[in-house]
Design a protein. Structure first.
Length: 115
């Protein structure tokens, strides 16, 4: 148990040293807001507008945040089909890390928001 706490503390410290924080990031875009929740356990939820969303795992490589959607199991597919949203998949979506913000290839600036 203590080893898990030590490892999590190190990962949080390491990410904050690069100007990267776990938590909510928001971007205002032409067709609605985008929201990105980055969790300390290396998972994320990414919403585009009100209805489109994906979730999966993140990693940091070459000072970039990289997102990969989870491959849906049969049970996940049923849950997604019953939801009111539209699931989309992303692979290796990159964000440049800047202090307090993440910038994707389309130039959307996701600003860190404490909740």
């Amino acid at each position: 148990m203590n080893l898990v706490i030590l490892i999590l503390s190190f990962l949080i410290f390491q990410s904050s040293q690069k100007g990267f924080e776990t938590g909510w990031y928001r971007a205002k875009v032409k067709n609605g807001n985008h929201e990105l929740l980055i969790s300390a356990d290396s998972t994320f939820i990414f919403r585009k507008g009100r209805w489109d969303y994906t979730f999966g795992n993140w990693k940091i490589a070459d000072e970039k945040l990289i997102l990969n959607s989870k491959s849906l199991t049969q049970m996940d597919s049923v849950t997604v089909a019953l939801s009111s949203g539209n699931y989309f998949s992303i692979e290796n979506k990159e964000f440049r890390i800047r202090k307090g913000k993440l910038i994707d290839k389309e130039g959307h600036r996701f600003i860190y928001k404490e909740k």
